[in-house]
Design a protein around this ligand. Structure first.
Ligand code: CLR
Length: 379
């Protein structure tokens, strides 16, 4: 039934929100949605999902061969998907609309070191564009020599009752090997379909294909399917890990399973990944220790209002933040200046994307990037 999961008082506002989706395409983040679907978390926090299993991230450095490292990178990547795409359903009952970050918003976090990880893992996130929203991030385990850097944007459209989200942007994983050489992995991102909109209980299914291309030549091709395909289960995937063209006689690996539970290597029948175990959320400084640009401090009033069901005060504080932003942009225009990013510099073409993208004919052939300035809060 329509709006089944929607509180009685918000049913009509949900219906008009869903209707407006149909005629909408582009930047969904700026649309006003009814209170029950709002999340108290800003999109600048989402890059933390890449590292909620820090020991898997660190383990990439321990792979002895190009083949082995490609498999570990794939295992880490698949193991992040549950957090990235189902955790709001688990913690809040459905997918929700995250807070739309302001330009210059920051999010810092870390995962402490321990024997299994070999070092502290740190996260630096900056909102590098507001229209359209673009988030840049860098995650590093320096002791292990593993670094992930990337940026995210979304193009949304509406089709047959679902929101279709094309992820724009990519990530580059760099591994410093004991030999002194570095290995790079270009990671592209899957397409999302948000279903359950009509009922007011949205959830994500992944679709189509994403790639992980190693500079060694190994390529992982990951196909995503929902209910009724491959195994018939939702959140299914099939990954094929193929050797570089110059190596002959090596068979590709094929891995199949559901990304929110477990998968198997079809050759050996061994378990490939398992995310039924617990994960570790990022550690973040207390709000009173944060600067006014840090996400949890910046959105504190809004988040409190949403959590406590005081939507009036949430809306009031949100307007205050938006007005301040508008004023800032006006002042900049009047002074002939532009906003200066703190940790990243925009580049028109990412050289790693260009170089590695050619190996699997990435589409588009070039993408822009954000170079980290090595000036984060961590030493
Ligand atoms: C951001 C990058 C992360 C993975 C990720 C997970 C969930 C996505 C989010 C990204 C982008 C914004 C998103 C969200 C789910 C819902 C939300 C698409 C890709 C949209 C803007 C809100 C839709 C509103 C309905 C829920 C009503 O690595």
């Amino acid at each position: 039934q329509a709006g089944e999961a929607v509180p009685a008082a918000q049913k009509s506002s949900w219906t008009s929100f869903v209707k407006s989706l149909a005629s909408f395409s582009g930047d969904l983040s700026s649309m006003t949605a009814p209170p029950f679907i709002l999340s108290p978390t800003s999109l600048t926090e989402f890059p933390a999902y890449w590292c909620e299993r820090p020991e898997l991230f660190a383990a990439i450095a321990d792979g002895k061969t190009e083949e082995e490292r490609s498999l570990i990178v794939l295992k880490w990547f698949i193991s992040t998907l549950k957090g990235q795409y189902t955790s709001r359903n688990e913690s809040m009952g459905s997918e929700k609309k995250p807070l739309n970050p302001v330009l210059g918003e920051l999010f810092y976090g870390s995962w402490p070191s321990n024997a299994a990880r070999g070092g502290e893992t740190t996260l630096v996130v900056e909102q590098v564009s507001h229209h359209p929203p673009i988030t840049a991030y860098r995650i590093a385990n320096t002791a292990k020599g593993v670094v992930l850097a990337g940026h995210n944007a979304q193009k949304t459209s509406f089709s047959a009752g679902s929101i279709i989200v094309k992820q724009v942007g990519h990530a580059v994983l760099t591994v410093s090997l004991p030999s002194g050489q570095t290995e790079e992995y270009l990671i592209t991102l899957p397409r999302l379909r948000i279903d359950g909109i009509w009922y007011g209980s949205p959830y994500i299914e992944l679709a189509e294909t994403s790639y992980i291309q190693s500079s060694s030549g190994w390529l992982s091709t990951i196909e995503y399917k929902g209910k009724g395909y491959f195994s018939g289960k939702s959140h299914s995937f099939k990954a094929t890990v193929t050797p570089p063209a110059q190596i002959s006689g090596v068979q590709p690996h094929v891995i199949e399973g559901t990304w929110h539970t477990t998968s198997k290597d079809l050759k050996t029948s061994a378990t490939f990944h398992d995310v039924t175990t617990s994960k570790e959320e990022v550690s973040v400084a207390e709000i009173d220790q944060q600067s006014e640009w840090e996400s949890r401090r910046l959105w504190h009033g809004v988040a409190k209002g949403i959590r406590e069901g005081d939507f009036e005060s949430a809306a009031k504080d949100k307007s205050r933040i938006e007005n301040e932003q508008r004023q800032r942009r006006k002042d900049e225009a009047a002074a002939g200046t532009t906003w200066q990013l703190k940790h990243f510099v925009h580049i028109d073409s990412d050289p790693v994307y260009e170089r590695l993208g050619k190996l699997f004919k990435a589409n588009p052939p070039t993408e822009d990037g954000y170079d980290y300035q090595n000036n984060g809060p961590y030493s």
